[in-house]
Design a protein around this ligand. Structure first.
Ligand SMILES: [Zn+2]
Length: 193
């Protein structure tokens, strides 16, 4: 699949996380991580001693990679929280929350990549073995041609559409919050000083 299709699939995979998170500020970093990791497995075609659709295209890699990202963010959260206290725009998360957000974001990105590649018609002699090293069973569902523009652009359009819908669903909540803050201020200004 082309990068466009992988990005679209990652946007679709990460969408349910938004429904699980009630706080708006927590979803953007998860979605950003999903996008940042969505193309990562394809490095296996560019590094020595590897082949395309090798180790990074496995369930094991998706899990271990997501764990590593989660632990790295938990470490950063525990040790660099001073930045969040000094710079307002840096979101501050507790290490446990940072781990969960990192794990969820990376898992959405890596799992979406693997899933998308499993959908394809194998065109080269490099089928995906998703359960490697436990099984050498290859999986190719043959639903789409990797270079099919309709699938690639269609997935990207679907991913963007779902994210726009999520954003629009968030906007009324933000609007309510802004109104609540304004009301609170106007009450305060009526108080005697
Ligand atoms: Zn791939």
């Amino acid at each position: 699949m082309y990068p466009l299709g992988h990005v679209g699939m990652a946007l679709l995979f990460v969408a349910p996380v938004a429904l699980a998170l009630d706080r708006r500020r927590r979803y953007p970093p998860v979605a950003a991580l999903a996008l940042a990791t969505a193309l990562l497995p394809d490095v296996d075609g560019k590094i020595p001693f590897s082949h395309h659709h090798g180790g990074p295209h496995t369930v094991l890699f998706a899990l271990v990679g997501s764990l590593a990202v989660g632990l790295a963010l938990a470490f950063v959260s525990a040790n660099v929280s001073w930045a969040a206290r000094r710079i307002e725009s840096v979101p501050a998360f507790r290490p446990r929350a940072a781990f969960a957000l990192g794990f969820a974001g990376a898992l959405a990105g890596l799992a979406s990549h693997l899933f998308a590649d499993l959908l394809m018609i194998p065109i080269a002699d490099n089928p995906v073995e998703p359960l490697w090293p436990f099984s050498q069973q290859t999986v190719a569902l043959g639903v789409m041609h990797p270079g099919d523009p309709a699938w690639n652009w269609g997935l990207l359009a679907a991913g963007i559409a779902v994210q726009v819908l999520l954003f629009l669903a968030f906007v009324p909540r933000v609007h309510d919050r802004v109104l609540a803050v304004r009301e609170g201020r106007s009450h305060d200004s009526n108080r005697p000083r």
